[in-house]
Ligand binder design. Structure first.
Ligand code: ZN
Length: 439
């Protein structure tokens, strides 16, 4: 065909990604609270994020927005008054949403509230108790064995607060030529954990920054929500909009040292999956394919009433790596370069998605006379073997497919040609009024 698919230059945000990983990592995030606000405010340095608050007690479908939780400090002191567990050293040490307590207890009285992983003896696990009032501590198995004795008395302190507050969400709508929207969602509720999901948060911010640089055919709805309750809240408050969205990304776990992969959307045959595969293949990446399964916020977006086909491109997907939900998922495990690699894959996929316009041929009764519209060489018949097809041939094939139903990506698959070529040719036909864009 004499023309390669044209991809834009690879972006390099490694420096910025590294800077924001460092600044955001140790903030105490949860499903509500000041840590989430602080995180979103820092992201406002990168993109003009709109911060929205949804009050405690509001019903969102079958759920209720919980009380806001904030924590100042927590520790356990042994009988010598030494801090053997200290929230100031790692916010993973406290079970998220722990109730306040200040008591002296023997180990037997609170042993069941200490969480550790015997198989990963130097890692602190990450645990939550959002919807059942509870308190607890997480620590390494090594520390548990070192500092805890059956008959010793410990002073236990959690300085946390529950209040009628709000759940905080970040939102950015990047409007394109068409009102058709594509959803990009990431979750902000994890404290000091790098791959799951600070990597996704930072990637999404830089992806949005990149999208803001160009004009687009479609619009992008980018949201930063606490997992599950945040996605549900957003759906409940934007029901009509969300019902009109066909596909999207949930961006999570994009910064590990493992292989790139992608998790398919609800309908395995949806174009979003083919687009991602095509991009990964174009980059010669040996990738892992994960079938759709419950998982992250796609559980909400793909639910019966919404059925948004959300896929995830990831690098060390959640549940798949040993350090998942432990203190080992840190900034030694995650590298800015890995996130930048995944970012480039997302950008390339979005370029194809943005070109997946639906056109209608305005001349459905036999083909148009291309020469009359100035779209054909004046002298025809110059067939040269192996030169491949010329532009007017592509036009004729494309016109056969522009039925007002198939989008350009689907047509590119039928014609076995890169979407970039199809898109460019379609633009020429559009300029002459031969085909018209449907929104
Ligand atoms: Zn998680």
């Amino acid at each position: 065909m004499g023309e390669n698919s044209r991809r834009s230059e690879r972006v390099d945000y490694t420096g910025g990604i590294g800077k924001y990983l460092e600044r955001l990592f140790s903030i105490t995030r949860s499903i509500t609270g000041n840590g989430n606000r602080k995180t979103l405010k820092l992201l406002q340095e990168i993109i003009p994020l709109n911060i929205k608050e949804y009050p405690t007690g509001a019903k969102v479908y079958d759920w209720t927005i919980p009380e806001e939780w904030n924590i100042k400090d927590a520790w356990i002191k042994n009988s010598n008054g030494e801090k053997v567990v200290d929230f100031q050293k790692s916010n993973l040490h406290v079970v998220s949403y722990s109730t306040p307590i200040h008591e002296k207890l023997t180990l037997n009285e609170f042993k069941h509230r200490l969480h550790y992983i015997e198989e990963l003896p130097d890692a602190i696990p990450y645990r939550t108790s959002y919807y059942k009032k509870n308190w607890g501590f997480c620590l390494s198995y090594n520390d548990y064995r070192k500092y805890f004795n059956e008959n010793e008395e410990y002073e236990v302190f959690v300085d946390s607060e529950f209040k009628e507050g709000a759940l905080t969400i970040g939102e950015l709508l990047i409007e394109g030529a068409s009102k058709k929207e594509f959803l990009i969602s990431t979750y902000i509720c994890h404290p000091s954990l790098a791959n799951d999901n600070l990597s996704g948060v930072v990637l999404t911010a830089f992806l949005a920054k990149e999208l803001l640089k160009k004009k687009h055919n479609i619009s992008y709805r980018i949201i930063f929500v606490p997992e599950t309750i945040g996605a549900i809240t957003y759906c409940a408050h934007h029901e009509k909009i969300m019902k009109n969205i066909d596909s999207g990304f949930v961006i999570t776990t994009v910064g590990g040292p493992g292989k790139l992969g992608y998790k398919q959307s609800f309908d395995e045959n949806n174009s979003i999956n083919r687009i991602i595969e095509e991009v990964l293949q174009e980059n010669n990446i040996d990738f892992i394919t994960y079938p759709f399964m419950a998982g992250s916020d796609e559980r909400q977006y793909s639910s019966i009433a919404f059925r948004i086909n959300v896929a995830t491109i990831c690098k060390d997907k959640y549940h798949e790596y040993d350090y998942y939900h432990t203190s080992h998922d840190n900034l030694d495990f995650v590298k800015p370069e890995y996130i930048n690699d995944a970012l480039n894959i997302y950008i390339q996929a979005l370029e194809k998605i943005d070109k997946s316009v639906v056109y209608k041929n305005m001349f459905p009764h036999c083909e148009v006379m291309l020469s009359k519209h100035g779209l054909c060489p004046e002298i025809s018949g110059d067939y040269i073997p192996n030169r491949g097809i010329i532009e007017s041939d592509i036009m004729c094939r494309l016109l056969l497919c522009c039925d007002g139903e198939a989008d350009l990506f689907e047509i590119s698959q039928i014609l076995e040609m890169p979407i970039d070529v199809i898109y460019r040719v379609a633009n020429k036909l559009e300029e002459k009024g031969i085909i018209e864009r449907l929104s």
